[in-house]
Design a protein around this ligand. Sequence first.
Ligand SMILES: *Cc1c(COP(=O)(O)O)cnc(C)c1O
Length: 411
Amino acid sequence: MTDAPIPGPIDPPARLLMGPGPISAYPSVLRAMSAPLVGQYDPFMTTTMVETQQLYRGVWATSNEATLLVDGTSRAGIEAALVSLIRPGDRVLVPIFGRFGHLLAEIAERAMAEVHTIETEWGQVFPPSVIEEAIVRVRPSLLALVHGDTSTTMMQPLDEIGAVCARHGVLFYTDATASLGGNEFETDAWGLDAATAGLQKCLGGPSGSAPITLSSRAVEILQSRKKIEAGIREPGDPSAPDAVRSNYFDLGMILDYWGPRRLNHHTEATSMLYGARECARVMLLEGRSAVIARHERAGRAMLEGLRALGLAVFGDVAHKMNNVVAVEIPDGVPGDVARAALLEDFGIEIGTSFGPLHGRVWRIGTMGYNARKDAVLTTLAALEAVLMRHGVAVPAGGGVEAATAVYAGAV
Ligand SMILES: *Cc1c(COP(=O)(O)O)cnc(C)c1O
C-alpha cells in the first residue's frame, strides 16, 4: 500500500507519429480493438481467425495455407520463425545491412545455429550475386534476410533471391516488418518459405501482433520436428530429439491451434486479432496496389520536400523504402532539441537513429494512416519552422511547395 493518488483514465496527447514506427493507427483499427470479447472457441472467434488468415493471404500475396498471426510484437514473429525452422547446429546465413540484420543473427545464434554473416555499409544493399557467392561458400540450410531495414531506410531487393535459394536448396526467410504494405511484396512469386511482419509500420495498427506466412516446405520442417508416437506426430514434446526450444514460439503447436484441429496452445489475443484483421481489411478494401502507390507518393513528396528544405538524404536513394527517409541533421542544429521542439510545439514525432547513424540523421516516416498529403505537408511546415529557429537558412515554404508539386503530379 502506498498513498500515491490513483491516476486518471488514460488520456494521451494528440500526436502525429511521423517516425520510423510506431505510427498513428487507422481510426477504424482502434475502433475494432474496442469490440466486445468472445470466448476462445466461440464460433465467432473461429470464424474471425479464418477470415483473418484469408485477409492476410491477400496482404502477403500468397496462397500459403499456413498464414496466421503470432501474438507479440514483430520480434515474436521473427523469433517464432527462426527457433521453429532452425535445428541446433544448422548453418544459417545472415546478410546484414542494418540493425535488424544483427537482430536476426542474434536470434539465430540463440536458436543454436552456426551463424555466418556478411555485411555491407549502412545505406547500401547487397547485389544478388554477393548473396549467392556467400551461399555457395557457407552452404547454409536457411537464409535469413531483412527486407526493409528501418535503421538505414534501405530495402533489399528480394525478387531474385528465391531462385538463388531454390538452386542451392536453401530455405528463404525474410523480416518484412518495415516494408509490408508500403512497398511491393510478393511472397509466392519471390519464392519465400517464411516471412514475418508487425502492424505498427505500413499496416497502420499498434504493435503487438505479428503476421506470418509459411510455405509448405517450411510447414514440412515443423511437422518433422514433432515426436512420433503410436504413428501420430504429436506437437511440442520436449523429449523429441530436435524439439523446438520454446513452447510459446513453437510454430508447429501454433499451427495446430490455428488449423482445423484447434488444439489449445495460448489464448489468442482477441483484441489484437480484431486489430490485425482490420489492418488487413483496410488495406484490401482500398486495394493492395493503391495502398502501395499511396506510400510511394507520400514518400516521394516527403523526400522532395526535405530536399527543398536543403537537407541531404542519407543512403542509396534508389534502394530506399517508400515509407521512411533519413536526412542528415544540418550543422549547428542539436538533433534531439529540434525533435523535442517538433513534439512539444507541433505534436509531431520524428525518429532519431542508432549505431553509426546516431546523432547524424533524423528518420521520417510516411506510413499506413499517415501516408497522407496533409500529414506530409504539416510535418514539412513544422520542420521548416524548427530549422529556422536554429538559424538554418531555409527557403520559406519551399518544403511544402515541393511536396505539393509531387501531389499535383508535376514531379
Ligand atoms: C520496426 C522493425 C521491427 C520491430 O520489431 P518489434 O518487435 O515490433 O519492435 C522488426 N524488424 C524490422 C525490420 C523493423 O523495421
